[in-house]
Design a binder for this molecule. Structure first.
Ligand SMILES: Cc1cc2nc3c(=O)[nH]c(=O)nc-3n(C[C@H](O)[C@H](O)[C@H](O)COP(=O)(O)O)c2cc1C
Length: 186
């Protein structure tokens, strides 16, 4: 198996991190990978906010949990209220991913959500390739529903976050469902 395939297949969502900080060069490598994701119409409609200040991460986490706790969805509320649950797992790095609301060139919103998602996957794979781990964080949406401009630059909206850090153990592989996911028309 080649390195790219191995990296894709070895990636896991990492939810336990060592306290060691992540070097700036490694973060830059991960961000560089994001920029190489495909984007509809070459729009590159994204913005990344890198957060390494533990206090800012802690505040973001607390706000996200508070929003979850008032989401009106029983399962999410229970998670938000659980005393030891942390949205970002005390990771040393959180990257907030924002999508452009209206594309500058065409004036129309094409596919910021898809483009930013492609960038996140690139970042997660780049992280694995340099010995780091990460997790895509969608649960921040409950906070963004309450605060639609949360930490976003003008003209952008917050979409997702991801955590990065040195994994404290690699999670087991989840069984991947193949049945019913592929149709061949030959
Ligand atoms: C759009 C999206 C949102 C996600 N949000 C969260 C999240 O908020 N918290 C979390 O722990 N994992 C989150 N995940 C990670 C998934 O739970 C994980 O990818 C899935 O369980 C498969 O496990 P694997 O990534 O280790 O293969 C998210 C993944 C995606 C693609």
């Amino acid at each position: 198996m080649n390195e790219v395939l191995r990296t894709i297949m070895e990636r896991r969502s990492v939810r336990r991190y060592k306290a060691d900080p992540v070097g700036r060069e490694d973060i830059e490598t991960v961000l560089q990978a994001a920029l190489y994701a495909p984007t509809g119409g070459s729009a590159e409609p994204w913005h990344f906010t890198v957060i390494t200040d533990g206090r800012v991460i802690g505040d973001f986490d607390a706000r996200a949990r508070a929003a979850m706790a008032e989401s009106g969805i029983e399962r999410i509320e229970a998670m938000g209220k659980a005393p030891h649950y942390r949205v970002f797992f005390d990771a040393p790095v959180v990257i907030l991913v924002c999508g452009e609301k209206v594309l500058r060139r065409t004036g129309r919103h094409l596919s910021a959500l898809a483009d930013c998602s492609a960038a996140i996957q690139n970042m997660l794979l780049a992280a694995v390739s340099i010995g780091l781990g990460g997790c895509w964080i969608g649960l921040v949406r409950y906070l963004f529903e309450r605060e639609p401009a949360f930490m976003a630059p003008d003209g952008y909206e917050p979409l997702f976050a991801l955590t990065l850090g040195h994994p404290d153990g690699i999670p087991e592989e989840r069984a991947k469902r193949r049945e019913g996911t592929v149709a061949w028309l030959e």
